[in-house]
Each structure stands twice: as structure tokens, then as C-alpha cells.
Ligand binder design. Structure first.
Ligand SMILES: Cc1cc2nc3c(=O)[nH]c(=O)nc-3n(C[C@H](O)[C@H](O)[C@H](O)COP(=O)(O)OP(=O)(O)OC[C@H]3O[C@@H](n4cnc5c(N)ncnc54)[C@H](O)[C@@H]3O)c2cc1C
Length: 307
């Protein structure tokens, strides 16, 4: 079964935008440089952290000490701040690995993304911007760790042939393979989003299966809600580290993050299951999603962050 999602189904010009992580990070660094109230410290690591009577202290690897009312741990899946806060997490590895291949491709710029779900794992094509007349894109191939290791061992010419054979004819021809990387996949969810004068955001608090490319969006929404709650605390003369303030942030984010994690699992387990009844239910679901206006609209609203 095939399902097409169009921006016009939501009355919008675009369903979403595909941005390279480097571009987002460089954009954010440019913005940080413009803000006089932010000091950027780099090239050091955190050696230790102690809780003072009214601050949290961080001792850095250059010997300097920083103190803050509240430390935001946005330091990724292996978060040091989560460990310092003593916050445990639920975590589980998926049996699939992901291989990401950066390519250039022939023809005009593709306006849509494409994804196929197979029992071995999804395949995806993500177009990136055209620069100096060259179309850049990204191919993602999920499969067993063994298959991914074999694919990574191929020469560029052999891999190009494999990719061209497994991706459908309607996708553009690959011109050149630029880079190949692979990743193990895991999901995790922190037991709490905050500890003593520490609050977690983004992958430090939760990681999900990246099959729908929603990880960064969840982190952005964490940041937006956290900023709002801390802003309200300042107006109400509450301490930024007030448990009620931080719990309020968690209350708004945890359920949504869990819902997205479970949604990704429904795709993961639904499509990697080879049993006939599951396949029938799955195909009926996809068929319904394709035909039913309201259902399709709901799926799109969640995926684009409008809900
Ligand atoms: C294979 C794969 C594909 C993915 N594809 C997508 C996708 O298409 N779309 C999408 O939205 N998401 C995708 N994701 C998920 C996405 O990468 C993450 O959700 C996102 O990067 C999380 O952002 P973050 O800022 O919370 O953490 P990170 O991006 O991990 O950033 C954490 C930062 O903290 C720094 N740091 C870590 N420890 C310390 C420390 N002790 N002191 C100081 N700094 C520290 C790190 O250097 C890093 O800069 C994918 C993930 C994987 C594994």
C-alpha cells in the first residue's frame, strides 16, 4: 500500500523543511554571538558539580568555577548532567542499525521525501538544497547490524549499484556517494526531567527511533516550553529551580514525548513484523490513512508539529 502526504492537504505551502544539523548549529551560534547576555565558553569539559546553598557550581577542566541558579542539561543522549543529577533512565536498543549515505543526484531538485517500510527496516530519501548546480541528498537504510556492516564494507561503485537497485525507479539517479556513516538505534526516557538545580531537555531527556526524523523537533519543543515556564517563574518571583516550575515543564512535555516514542514504535514493530494478520491490519491502516481525509489530516498535524 502507498500513502501520499501533500502540503495542500493542510492548506500549507510546505509540509516541512529538511535542514542539515550543521546549518542549524551554525545558525544558532550566529544568533548567540549577537546576544550580549550570553557568554560562550568552549574547549573545556565539566570536571565536577556541587550543590551550594543557593546555586549549583560547575568546576571546568581549566580550573574555573561557574555557578548558576539552574543548569539546563541539553548535552545529548549520553548526558553528563543527567548523571550528575542522579536521574536514571529507561532505555532499550532496537535490533536495527541505520546507514546514512550523503549523495549528489541527477536531474531537478526533488520537492518531496520518500520512505518505504520493509520487514528488515525502512528506506528513506531526503533531498537537501541544490548548491552551485549540484543536488545534494541523503539516503537512509535501516537493516540488521550485519547487513549494515556488509554494506559499509562495499566500494562506492558497489554501494551505488546496491542503492540504485533497492530504491525505486521514480527516485533520481545517484551521481556520487559523498559519505557513509552508520549508527546503532536506541530509545530512552529519563525517569525525571529535573533534579537539584538541573533540568534536562532534548536527547538528554529522551531519544526516539529516528525513522520519522522527529528527534530535533521534540528537543525544540522542550526548549520552547522550558523558556515559557522559566519566563513565567521570573514574572511570578519564583526561583528558576523551584520544583513546581520544573515539574510543570515536565508535565507538558513528558506525555507528548512518550506519545511520539510510542508512535515510532508502532511503525517499527508494525512493519518489522512478518505475521500475516499484522500485515493485513497494517495495510488496512495505510489504506485508510491514504483515503480518509480527517485521519490523514491528524497524522500530518502531529508529524508537522501543528498538534
Ligand atoms: C541515525 C540518526 C538519524 C537521525 N535523524 C534525524 C532526523 O532526520 N531528524 C531529526 O529531527 N532528528 C534525527 N535524529 C535525532 C537527532 O539527532 C537528535 O534528536 C538531536 O540531535 C538531539 O539534539 P540535542 O541537542 O538534544 O543533542 P545532541 O545533538 O546530541 O547535542 C548535544 C550537544 O552537547 C554536547 N555535549 C555533550 N556532552 C557534553 C558535556 N559534558 N559538556 C559540554 N557539552 C557536551 C555535544 O557535543 C553536542 O554538541 C537522528 C538520530 C540518529 C541516531
Amino acid at each position: 500500500a502507498t500513502t501520499r502526504f501533500e502540503a495542500q492537504d493542510l492548506g500549507r505551502e510546505h509540509l516541512g523543511h529538511i535542514l542539515e544539523n550543521d546549518a542549524i548549529q551554525l545558525g544558532l551560534l550566529d544568533r548567540v554571538a549577537e546576544l550580549p547576555n550570553i557568554e560562550l565558553v568552549s574547549g573545556v569539559t565539566i570536571e565536577s558539580s556541587e550543590l551550594g546553598s543557593d546555586k549549583r557550581m560547575l568546576t571546568l577542566s581549566d580550573g574555573s568555577v561557574m555557578s548558576a541558579d539552574l543548569v539546563v542539561g541539553a548535552d545529548g543522549a549520553q548526558s553528563q548532567m543527567r548523571r550528575i543529577a542522579g536521574i536514571g533512565q529507561f532505555s532499550e536498543s532496537y535490533t536495527q542499525h541505520a546507514m546514512v549515505v550523503s549523495i549528489t543526484y541527477k536531474g531537478g531538485v526533488e520537492q518531496g521525501t520518500w520512505q518505504a517500510f520493509r520487514p528488515e527496516g525502512p528506506l528513506a530519501f531526503l533531498p537537501l538544497p541544490r548548491i552551485d548546480g549540484v543536488n545534494y541528498g541523503s539516503l537512509v537504510w535501516y537493516d540488521s547490524p550485519n547487513t549494515i556492516a556488509q554494506l559499509k564494507g562495499l566500494s562506492d561503485a558497489e554501494l551505488r549499484q546496491k542503492l540504485q537497485a533497492i530504491y525505486p525507479q521514480e527516485l533520481p539517479d545517484i551521481e556520487q556517494i559523498l559519505q557513509v556513516a552508520s549508527f546503532p538505534l536506541a530509545k530512552s526516557h529519563a525517569q525525571q526531567y529535573s533534579g537539584e538545580r538541573i533540568v534536562l531537555a532534548g536527547d538528554a531527556a529522551h531519544t526516539i527511533n529516528p525513522l520519522a526524523g522527529q528527534g530535533v523537533n521534540l528537543g525544540f519543543m522542550d526548549a520552547a516550553v522550558l523558556i515559557e515556564e522559566l519566563g513565567k517563574a521570573l514574572i511570578n518571583d519564583q526561583a528558576l529551580s523551584d520544583r513546581a516550575v520544573l515539574k510543570n515543564y515536565e508535565k507538558q512535555r513528558r506525555m507528548f514525548n512518550q506519545l511520539m516514542m510510542s508512535g515510532m514504535d508502532a511503525f517499527y514493530y508494525g512493519f518489522s513484523n512478518r505475521s500475516a494478520p499484522v500485515q493485513i491490519i497494517r495495510n488496512i491502516g495505510l489504506g485508510l490513512a491514504h483515503r480518509s481525509g480527517p485521519l490523514k489530516q491528524k497524522v500530518l498535524e502531529y508529524a508537522t508539529g501543528l498538534q
